[in-house]
Design a binder for this molecule. Structure first.
Ligand code: NAD
Ligand code: GLY
Length: 367
């Protein structure tokens, strides 16, 4: 008799030499002590989470970690993108110092991308670097932010402007945690899943289109495939360009417009994934106006983004304000804004664009 294969269990490897690590994908991982075997040995662990996620998962994680660490502490941060700042980051350092955490203490980032980005940055800085593990509990963080080592906090003048490249020891994607995710957050995560199609894999775009209802219904095997394929594509890109000297920028498709929306409205008004979804529509229009894709492609991508429950029209910030905000983008060089565009099916590139063309796109895509 053959055992039924578990269609939700996958491991994706990030190959970065001595900084390589696995991404474990499956159900029931967070509360299973076996998940944490083989991590760096230490006297203590610090679970960093927020006041939404802590009541759901922190007890189970802390109990499982007791099997590996004599002391397991937790610090519970205020929830929200608006708290991805110095003040909240300092709460992590306060907790670490007050618990006499040493330079071997392992940090566990339990939550979405906000917790993951801040915990990673705290781990990069505390005693000049301690190990950390990503326990992403949103779809967005499982398919994107927990993987690849970008860590940061926001500055009022720009998103993710203060940070470091710092890789985790392991990423643990527990699909069960997605059951408690609000529908709006699930849609936000789908934006980053969709992103991987046009930039790298049109067959994956076909698959997402065919499976969108199952994804929105959170069917475990379908979610598992989406997380796995997204992580594979991200691992492939990051493995070639860890510190974004070139290729990695394609992962920012839709983000130049999206970051302007987030900063322009005030962080937290639109979810990051919502801004990216709408930003991809704008970037697709720009690609078309640059003569790189046809109108059918733009319509197809727009329909998919709308079908995922995401906004497809930008807020009325005014073209001057959009352009000012996009000038702060990390991809801007010498004041020139550079956009990730689609220059063929499944292929992305970085391009500057004439100001007039960008204004045409903003006029066409914003309220
Ligand atoms: P988030 O961390 O704010 O989480 C979204 C909301 O869901 C929060 O209210 C959170 O408390 C709640 N939540 C988390 N898990 C839950 C669960 N299982 N059940 C119920 N509620 C849950 O947002 P996000 O979308 O996960 O991440 C967005 C952040 O990630 C942004 O700050 C963005 O800049 C960053 N990001 C970073 C990278 C990177 O490469 N480092 C990539 C993409 C995005
Ligand atoms: N989310 C973009 C990157 O990791 O590079």
């Amino acid at each position: 008799m053959h055992a039924t294969p578990d269609l939700t269990r996958h491991t994706v490897q990030i190959d970065l030499g001595e900084r390589s690590y696995p991404i474990l994908i499956g159900a029931g991982l967070l509360g299973d002590s076996a998940t944490y075997a083989g991590l760096p040995t230490a006297h203590s662990a610090m679970v960093v989470t927020n006041d939404t996620v802590a009541p759901l998962y922190a007890d189970a994680v802390c109990a499982a970690l007791q099997a590996h660490y004599r002391q397991v502490d937790r610090v519970v941060l205020p929830d929200g993108e608006a708290h991805k700042d110095w003040t909240t980051l300092n709460q992590i350092f306060d907790a670490l110092l007050s618990k006499a955490s040493d330079r071997k203490t392992v940090l566990f980032a339990l939550g979405g991308g906000v917790v993951g980005d801040m915990t990673g940055f705290a781990a990069a800085c505390y005693m000049r670097g301690v190990p950390f593990v990503q326990l992403p509990t949103t779809l967005l963080s499982q398919v994107d932010s927990s993987v690849g080592g970008k860590t940061a906090i926001n500055h009022p003048l720009g998103k993710n402007m203060i940070g470091a490249f710092y890789q985790p020891q392991r990423v643990i994607c527990d699909l069960d945690s997605l059951r408690t995710l609000p529908p709006r957050e699930l849609s936000a995560g789908l934006a980053e899943v969709i992103k991987y199609g046009p930039i790298a894999d049109m067959a994956f775009l076909d698959w997402i289109e065919a499976n969108l209802p199952a994804l929105r219904a959170r069917e475990p095997a379908v979610l598992a495939h989406a997380v796995r394929r997204s992580c594979e594509i991200k691992a492939h890109v990051v493995g070639q360009d860890e510190r974004e000297s070139g290729l990695r920028a394609i992962l920012n498709f839709g983000h130049t417009f999206g970051h302007a929306i987030e900063a322009g409205l005030g962080y937290g008004a639109w979810l990051h994934g919502e801004a990216v979804g709408c930003g991809m529509v704008m970037a697709a229009h720009l690609s078309q106006r640059l003569g790189l894709v046809d109108e059918a492609f733009v319509r197809r991508l727009t329909r998919l983004i709308e079908g995922a429950g995401l906004p497809i029209r930008g807020p009325a910030l005014g073209a001057d304000r959009y352009i000012e905000l996009m000038g702060h983008d990390k991809k801007a060089e010498g004041g020139e804004i550079r956009f990730v565009v689609i220059d063929g099916p499944g292929r992305a590139a970085m391009r500057p664009a004439p100001d007039a063309l960008v204004r045409e796109v903003l006029a066409a895509c914003c309220d």
